[in-house]
Design a protein around this ligand. Sequence first.
Ligand code: ATP
Length: 381
Amino acid sequence: MIAALRRHEAPMASFAFESPRKPILKIEGVNKTFQNQHVLQDLNLEIAEGEFLTLLGPSGCGKTTTLNMVAGFLQPDSGNLFLRGLSANTLPPQKRRLGMVFQSWALFPHMSVFDNVAYGLRMRGFPGSEIPTRVTAMLEMVRLSSARDKFPSQLSGGMQQRVALARALVTEPDLLLLDEPLSNLDAALRKDMQVEIKRIHERLKVTTLLVTHSQEEALVMSDRIAVMRGGRIERIASPHAIYTDPHTAFVCTFVGDANVFDATIESISGSTAVLRVGSQRILAPRAPRADGRGSVQIAIRPENVAISRVGNVKGDNVLEGTVEDTIFKGNNITYEVDVAGHKLHVLDLPKVGQDLYRRKDHVSLAFSRESVIILDGERSA
Ligand code: ATP
Protein backbone atom coordinates (compact mmCIF):
# COMPACT_ATOMS: atom_id res chain seq x y z
CA MET A 1 0.00 0.00 0.00
CA ILE A 2 2.76 2.40 0.97
CA ALA A 3 4.42 1.63 -2.32
CA ALA A 4 1.44 3.29 -3.99
CA LEU A 5 2.44 6.53 -2.30
CA ARG A 6 6.03 6.40 -3.50
CA ARG A 7 6.11 8.65 -6.48
CA HIS A 8 9.80 8.94 -7.08
CA GLU A 9 11.47 5.57 -7.01
CA ALA A 10 14.80 6.90 -8.32
CA PRO A 11 17.74 6.04 -6.07
CA MET A 12 18.77 8.76 -3.62
CA ALA A 13 20.97 11.19 -5.46
CA SER A 14 23.77 12.96 -3.66
CA PHE A 15 23.15 16.66 -3.18
CA ALA A 16 26.71 17.22 -2.07
CA PHE A 17 27.30 20.48 -3.86
CA GLU A 18 24.78 21.55 -6.47
CA SER A 19 21.23 20.43 -7.19
CA PRO A 20 21.66 17.94 -10.05
CA ARG A 21 18.07 17.35 -11.16
CA LYS A 22 15.52 19.52 -12.90
CA PRO A 23 14.14 22.22 -10.62
CA ILE A 24 10.63 21.95 -9.17
CA LEU A 25 10.97 25.51 -7.89
CA LYS A 26 13.08 28.31 -9.30
CA ILE A 27 13.26 31.77 -7.74
CA GLU A 28 14.99 34.28 -9.98
CA GLY A 29 16.09 37.75 -8.88
CA VAL A 30 13.14 38.24 -6.53
CA ASN A 31 12.76 41.47 -4.55
CA LYS A 32 10.16 42.31 -1.91
CA THR A 33 9.74 45.51 0.05
CA PHE A 34 7.45 46.16 3.02
CA GLN A 35 7.06 49.81 4.04
CA ASN A 36 10.48 50.83 2.66
CA GLN A 37 12.11 47.75 4.19
CA HIS A 38 13.86 45.75 1.49
CA VAL A 39 13.00 42.31 2.89
CA LEU A 40 14.11 40.14 -0.04
CA GLN A 41 17.04 41.35 -2.09
CA ASP A 42 17.69 39.77 -5.48
CA LEU A 43 16.87 36.32 -4.14
CA ASN A 44 17.86 33.35 -6.31
CA LEU A 45 17.11 29.75 -5.43
CA GLU A 46 16.45 26.41 -7.11
CA ILE A 47 15.08 23.23 -5.59
CA ALA A 48 15.57 20.03 -7.52
CA GLU A 49 12.94 17.32 -7.75
CA GLY A 50 13.02 15.15 -4.63
CA GLU A 51 15.34 17.49 -2.77
CA PHE A 52 14.92 18.57 0.86
CA LEU A 53 16.07 22.17 1.05
CA THR A 54 16.05 24.29 4.19
CA LEU A 55 15.98 28.06 4.53
CA LEU A 56 17.91 28.75 7.71
CA GLY A 57 18.49 32.13 9.28
CA PRO A 58 17.84 34.44 12.20
CA SER A 59 14.51 36.08 12.93
CA GLY A 60 13.59 38.69 10.34
CA CYS A 61 15.97 37.55 7.56
CA GLY A 62 13.10 36.87 5.13
CA LYS A 63 12.51 33.11 5.41
CA THR A 64 8.74 33.26 5.90
CA THR A 65 8.37 35.97 3.26
CA THR A 66 10.11 33.64 0.80
CA LEU A 67 7.87 30.74 1.80
CA ASN A 68 4.72 32.88 1.53
CA MET A 69 5.77 33.90 -1.94
CA VAL A 70 6.26 30.29 -2.98
CA ALA A 71 2.84 29.47 -1.46
CA GLY A 72 1.23 32.28 -3.46
CA PHE A 73 0.17 34.36 -0.43
CA LEU A 74 2.51 37.17 -1.54
CA GLN A 75 3.72 38.32 -4.92
CA PRO A 76 7.24 39.50 -5.71
CA ASP A 77 7.73 43.23 -6.44
CA SER A 78 10.15 42.15 -9.15
CA GLY A 79 11.79 38.94 -10.30
CA ASN A 80 10.27 35.60 -11.19
CA LEU A 81 9.04 32.44 -9.61
CA PHE A 82 8.73 29.21 -11.60
CA LEU A 83 7.05 25.96 -10.56
CA ARG A 84 7.94 22.97 -12.75
CA GLY A 85 9.36 25.45 -15.26
CA LEU A 86 6.14 27.48 -15.59
CA SER A 87 5.87 31.10 -14.49
CA ALA A 88 3.95 31.17 -11.21
CA ASN A 89 4.17 34.81 -10.08
CA THR A 90 0.41 35.28 -10.20
CA LEU A 91 -0.76 31.66 -9.95
CA PRO A 92 -3.34 31.34 -7.12
CA PRO A 93 -2.23 29.21 -4.12
CA GLN A 94 -4.77 26.43 -4.76
CA LYS A 95 -3.37 25.87 -8.26
CA ARG A 96 0.25 25.45 -7.14
CA ARG A 97 0.02 21.77 -6.13
CA LEU A 98 1.58 22.45 -2.75
CA GLY A 99 1.33 20.76 0.63
CA MET A 100 1.81 22.96 3.69
CA VAL A 101 2.52 22.40 7.36
CA PHE A 102 2.64 25.42 9.62
CA GLN A 103 3.86 26.05 13.14
CA SER A 104 0.30 25.81 14.46
CA TRP A 105 -0.56 22.62 12.44
CA ALA A 106 -4.12 24.02 12.03
CA LEU A 107 -5.99 20.74 12.42
CA PHE A 108 -9.80 20.72 12.42
CA PRO A 109 -10.70 20.01 16.07
CA HIS A 110 -14.15 18.58 15.28
CA MET A 111 -12.82 16.08 12.72
CA SER A 112 -11.21 12.70 13.39
CA VAL A 113 -7.64 12.02 12.35
CA PHE A 114 -8.99 10.14 9.32
CA ASP A 115 -11.22 13.04 8.26
CA ASN A 116 -8.49 15.62 8.83
CA VAL A 117 -6.26 13.71 6.44
CA ALA A 118 -9.09 13.03 4.00
CA TYR A 119 -10.12 16.70 3.91
CA GLY A 120 -7.58 17.82 1.31
CA LEU A 121 -8.49 14.92 -0.96
CA ARG A 122 -12.20 15.73 -0.75
CA MET A 123 -11.54 19.43 -1.44
CA ARG A 124 -9.53 18.54 -4.49
CA GLY A 125 -12.27 16.30 -5.83
CA PHE A 126 -10.47 12.96 -5.54
CA PRO A 127 -12.88 10.09 -6.30
CA GLY A 128 -14.60 8.96 -3.07
CA SER A 129 -13.59 5.34 -3.67
CA GLU A 130 -9.88 6.28 -3.63
CA ILE A 131 -9.98 8.28 -0.42
CA PRO A 132 -9.95 5.48 2.21
CA THR A 133 -7.09 3.71 0.45
CA ARG A 134 -4.96 6.83 0.25
CA VAL A 135 -5.69 7.99 3.80
CA THR A 136 -5.04 4.52 5.24
CA ALA A 137 -1.70 4.30 3.45
CA MET A 138 -0.69 7.76 4.60
CA LEU A 139 -1.65 7.07 8.22
CA GLU A 140 0.48 3.95 8.03
CA MET A 141 3.35 6.03 6.68
CA VAL A 142 3.22 8.46 9.62
CA ARG A 143 2.56 5.59 12.10
CA LEU A 144 -0.90 6.75 13.10
CA SER A 145 -3.04 3.83 11.90
CA SER A 146 -4.26 3.10 15.42
CA ALA A 147 -5.30 6.74 15.99
CA ARG A 148 -7.48 7.10 12.87
CA ASP A 149 -10.73 7.60 14.81
CA LYS A 150 -9.34 9.92 17.49
CA PHE A 151 -9.80 13.69 17.57
CA PRO A 152 -6.88 16.16 17.68
CA SER A 153 -7.52 16.98 21.35
CA GLN A 154 -6.90 13.31 22.20
CA LEU A 155 -3.44 13.31 20.60
CA SER A 156 0.01 14.35 21.83
CA GLY A 157 1.79 17.26 20.15
CA GLY A 158 3.98 14.89 18.14
CA MET A 159 0.94 12.93 16.91
CA GLN A 160 -0.88 16.13 15.90
CA GLN A 161 2.22 17.16 14.01
CA ARG A 162 2.18 13.86 12.14
CA VAL A 163 -1.51 14.31 11.27
CA ALA A 164 -0.66 17.72 9.79
CA LEU A 165 2.15 16.12 7.81
CA ALA A 166 -0.10 13.31 6.58
CA ARG A 167 -2.76 15.83 5.53
CA ALA A 168 -0.19 17.79 3.55
CA LEU A 169 1.34 14.72 1.90
CA VAL A 170 -1.76 12.72 1.03
CA THR A 171 -2.58 14.86 -2.01
CA GLU A 172 0.87 14.08 -3.46
CA PRO A 173 1.98 17.70 -3.78
CA ASP A 174 4.72 18.78 -6.15
CA LEU A 175 6.30 20.69 -3.29
CA LEU A 176 5.89 20.39 0.48
CA LEU A 177 6.30 23.63 2.46
CA LEU A 178 7.18 23.30 6.14
CA ASP A 179 7.15 26.53 8.18
CA GLU A 180 8.85 25.93 11.56
CA PRO A 181 6.70 22.79 11.95
CA LEU A 182 8.55 21.54 15.04
CA SER A 183 8.77 24.70 17.09
CA ASN A 184 5.73 23.85 19.24
CA LEU A 185 7.23 20.56 20.38
CA ASP A 186 9.45 20.01 23.40
CA ALA A 187 13.15 19.37 22.77
CA ALA A 188 13.05 15.54 22.96
CA LEU A 189 10.02 15.25 20.68
CA ARG A 190 11.55 17.71 18.25
CA LYS A 191 14.58 15.46 17.86
CA ASP A 192 12.33 12.43 17.24
CA MET A 193 10.30 14.33 14.66
CA GLN A 194 13.41 15.50 12.82
CA VAL A 195 14.32 11.86 12.27
CA GLU A 196 10.70 10.93 11.48
CA ILE A 197 10.34 13.63 8.82
CA LYS A 198 13.67 12.65 7.29
CA ARG A 199 12.52 9.01 7.19
CA ILE A 200 9.26 9.96 5.48
CA HIS A 201 11.13 12.15 3.00
CA GLU A 202 13.48 9.30 2.16
CA ARG A 203 10.49 7.03 1.50
CA LEU A 204 8.33 9.42 -0.51
CA LYS A 205 10.97 11.73 -2.03
CA VAL A 206 8.57 14.67 -1.97
CA THR A 207 10.39 17.87 -2.85
CA THR A 208 10.45 19.83 0.41
CA LEU A 209 11.18 23.41 1.44
CA LEU A 210 11.62 23.85 5.20
CA VAL A 211 11.90 27.16 7.02
CA THR A 212 13.61 27.14 10.39
CA HIS A 213 15.92 29.11 12.62
CA SER A 214 17.22 25.89 14.21
CA GLN A 215 20.62 24.89 12.87
CA GLU A 216 20.19 21.41 14.32
CA GLU A 217 16.94 20.85 12.40
CA ALA A 218 18.58 22.08 9.22
CA LEU A 219 21.69 19.94 9.62
CA VAL A 220 19.76 16.77 10.48
CA MET A 221 17.05 16.91 7.81
CA SER A 222 18.34 18.71 4.73
CA ASP A 223 19.99 17.71 1.47
CA ARG A 224 21.02 21.35 1.14
CA ILE A 225 20.79 24.36 3.43
CA ALA A 226 20.41 27.97 2.27
CA VAL A 227 21.60 30.26 5.05
CA MET A 228 19.77 33.59 4.77
CA ARG A 229 20.83 36.93 6.12
CA GLY A 230 19.22 40.31 5.52
CA GLY A 231 16.98 39.10 2.67
CA ARG A 232 19.75 37.29 0.79
CA ILE A 233 21.18 33.81 0.64
CA GLU A 234 24.67 34.01 2.08
CA ARG A 235 25.65 30.37 1.50
CA ILE A 236 23.89 27.38 -0.02
CA ALA A 237 25.39 23.92 0.18
CA SER A 238 25.08 20.49 1.77
CA PRO A 239 25.01 20.38 5.59
CA HIS A 240 28.55 19.00 5.64
CA ALA A 241 29.92 21.66 3.29
CA ILE A 242 28.13 24.44 5.17
CA TYR A 243 29.61 23.25 8.47
CA THR A 244 33.15 22.55 7.33
CA ASP A 245 33.50 25.37 4.80
CA PRO A 246 31.00 28.05 5.81
CA HIS A 247 32.70 30.86 3.80
CA THR A 248 31.64 33.67 6.16
CA ALA A 249 31.86 34.25 9.90
CA PHE A 250 28.07 34.72 9.98
CA VAL A 251 27.37 31.29 8.47
CA CYS A 252 30.15 29.73 10.52
CA THR A 253 28.72 30.89 13.84
CA PHE A 254 25.09 30.38 12.82
CA VAL A 255 25.53 26.67 12.09
CA GLY A 256 27.67 25.93 15.12
CA ASP A 257 30.17 27.32 17.59
CA ALA A 258 33.43 28.74 16.36
CA ASN A 259 36.43 30.74 17.50
CA VAL A 260 36.75 33.53 14.93
CA PHE A 261 39.89 35.66 14.70
CA ASP A 262 41.35 38.35 12.46
CA ALA A 263 44.67 37.14 11.12
CA THR A 264 47.43 38.48 8.88
CA ILE A 265 49.15 36.36 6.27
CA GLU A 266 52.89 36.12 6.90
CA SER A 267 53.81 33.80 4.09
CA ILE A 268 52.54 31.07 1.82
CA SER A 269 54.59 27.95 1.35
CA GLY A 270 53.33 25.07 -0.77
CA SER A 271 49.93 24.08 0.57
CA THR A 272 50.38 25.92 3.85
CA ALA A 273 49.59 29.50 4.81
CA VAL A 274 51.50 30.93 7.77
CA LEU A 275 49.25 33.33 9.64
CA ARG A 276 49.64 35.56 12.64
CA VAL A 277 46.95 36.25 15.24
CA GLY A 278 48.37 38.78 17.69
CA SER A 279 51.60 37.25 18.91
CA GLN A 280 50.63 33.70 17.87
CA ARG A 281 51.76 31.98 14.68
CA ILE A 282 49.09 29.74 13.13
CA LEU A 283 49.53 27.26 10.29
CA ALA A 284 46.50 26.99 8.02
CA PRO A 285 45.71 25.36 4.70
CA ARG A 286 46.48 27.46 1.67
CA ALA A 287 43.13 28.55 0.30
CA PRO A 288 42.23 30.91 -2.55
CA ARG A 289 40.85 33.22 0.13
CA ALA A 290 44.26 33.36 1.83
CA ASP A 291 46.17 34.11 -1.36
CA GLY A 292 47.43 37.59 -2.12
CA ARG A 293 45.74 39.33 0.78
CA GLY A 294 47.30 40.84 3.86
CA SER A 295 44.54 39.96 6.25
CA VAL A 296 41.88 37.27 6.58
CA GLN A 297 39.39 36.00 9.08
CA ILE A 298 39.83 32.47 10.36
CA ALA A 299 37.64 30.14 12.37
CA ILE A 300 38.48 27.14 14.50
CA ARG A 301 35.67 24.88 15.71
CA PRO A 302 35.90 24.16 19.48
CA GLU A 303 35.69 20.40 18.93
CA ASN A 304 38.81 20.51 16.74
CA VAL A 305 41.01 21.80 19.55
CA ALA A 306 42.61 19.24 21.90
CA ILE A 307 43.34 20.33 25.45
CA SER A 308 46.07 18.82 27.63
CA ARG A 309 48.47 19.64 30.44
CA VAL A 310 51.40 21.75 29.30
CA GLY A 311 54.15 19.43 28.22
CA ASN A 312 55.15 17.32 25.30
CA VAL A 313 52.34 18.27 22.94
CA LYS A 314 53.19 18.13 19.25
CA GLY A 315 51.21 19.26 16.26
CA ASP A 316 50.80 21.89 13.55
CA ASN A 317 49.51 24.44 16.03
CA VAL A 318 50.25 24.27 19.74
CA LEU A 319 49.34 27.22 21.92
CA GLU A 320 49.58 27.68 25.66
CA GLY A 321 46.98 29.38 27.76
CA THR A 322 45.12 29.58 31.05
CA VAL A 323 41.67 28.15 31.72
CA GLU A 324 39.31 30.99 32.58
CA ASP A 325 36.00 29.21 32.70
CA THR A 326 34.49 25.73 32.44
CA ILE A 327 30.95 24.80 31.42
CA PHE A 328 30.05 21.21 32.28
CA LYS A 329 27.13 19.72 30.29
CA GLY A 330 27.27 16.05 31.27
CA ASN A 331 28.61 14.38 28.15
CA ASN A 332 30.79 17.33 27.18
CA ILE A 333 32.62 20.21 28.73
CA THR A 334 33.53 23.58 27.25
CA TYR A 335 36.67 25.34 28.41
CA GLU A 336 37.25 29.02 27.85
CA VAL A 337 41.00 29.47 27.60
CA ASP A 338 42.93 32.72 27.48
CA VAL A 339 45.78 32.57 24.96
CA ALA A 340 47.81 35.77 25.09
CA GLY A 341 44.70 37.90 25.41
CA HIS A 342 42.58 35.90 22.90
CA LYS A 343 39.69 33.76 24.19
CA LEU A 344 39.45 30.27 22.73
CA HIS A 345 36.58 27.85 23.34
CA VAL A 346 37.51 24.19 23.48
CA LEU A 347 34.94 21.39 23.43
CA ASP A 348 36.10 18.25 25.19
CA LEU A 349 34.34 14.88 25.53
CA PRO A 350 35.97 13.55 28.69
CA LYS A 351 36.11 9.79 29.22
CA VAL A 352 35.54 8.19 32.61
CA GLY A 353 38.58 8.76 34.82
CA GLN A 354 39.98 11.54 32.63
CA ASP A 355 41.27 14.65 34.41
CA LEU A 356 39.08 17.70 34.17
CA TYR A 357 40.76 21.10 34.06
CA ARG A 358 39.94 23.88 36.44
CA ARG A 359 40.11 27.65 36.42
CA LYS A 360 43.67 29.00 36.38
CA ASP A 361 45.11 25.68 35.10
CA HIS A 362 47.89 26.15 32.61
CA VAL A 363 47.10 24.10 29.49
CA SER A 364 48.28 23.36 25.97
CA LEU A 365 45.88 23.59 23.06
CA ALA A 366 46.58 21.77 19.81
CA PHE A 367 44.82 21.81 16.45
CA SER A 368 45.75 20.73 12.95
CA ARG A 369 46.30 23.12 10.07
CA GLU A 370 43.40 21.47 8.18
CA SER A 371 41.02 22.45 10.97
CA VAL A 372 41.68 26.16 10.43
CA ILE A 373 38.85 27.54 8.28
CA ILE A 374 39.71 30.54 6.11
CA LEU A 375 36.71 32.85 5.78
CA ASP A 376 35.70 35.43 3.19
CA GLY A 377 35.63 39.06 4.20
CA GLU A 378 32.42 40.12 5.95
CA ARG A 379 29.62 42.08 4.32
CA SER A 380 27.27 44.14 6.42
CA ALA A 381 23.77 42.63 6.75
P1 ATP B 1 10.99 34.72 11.80
O1 ATP B 1 11.95 33.58 11.98
O2 ATP B 1 10.97 35.62 12.99
O3 ATP B 1 9.65 34.30 11.35
P2 ATP B 1 11.69 35.42 9.09
O4 ATP B 1 13.10 35.20 8.67
O5 ATP B 1 10.70 34.42 8.68
O6 ATP B 1 11.64 35.66 10.65
P3 ATP B 1 10.00 37.31 7.76
O7 ATP B 1 8.77 36.91 8.51
O8 ATP B 1 10.11 36.89 6.34
O9 ATP B 1 11.30 36.86 8.56
O10 ATP B 1 10.11 38.90 7.88
C1 ATP B 1 11.18 39.63 7.31
C2 ATP B 1 11.00 41.10 7.63
O11 ATP B 1 9.84 41.58 6.94
C3 ATP B 1 10.76 41.36 9.10
O12 ATP B 1 11.44 42.54 9.45
C4 ATP B 1 9.26 41.55 9.20
O13 ATP B 1 8.94 42.42 10.24
C5 ATP B 1 8.93 42.15 7.84
N1 ATP B 1 7.57 41.78 7.38
C6 ATP B 1 7.15 40.55 7.10
N2 ATP B 1 5.88 40.56 6.67
C7 ATP B 1 5.48 41.86 6.70
C8 ATP B 1 4.26 42.54 6.38
N3 ATP B 1 3.21 41.89 5.91
N4 ATP B 1 4.23 43.88 6.52
C9 ATP B 1 5.32 44.57 6.96
N5 ATP B 1 6.50 43.98 7.28
C10 ATP B 1 6.59 42.65 7.16
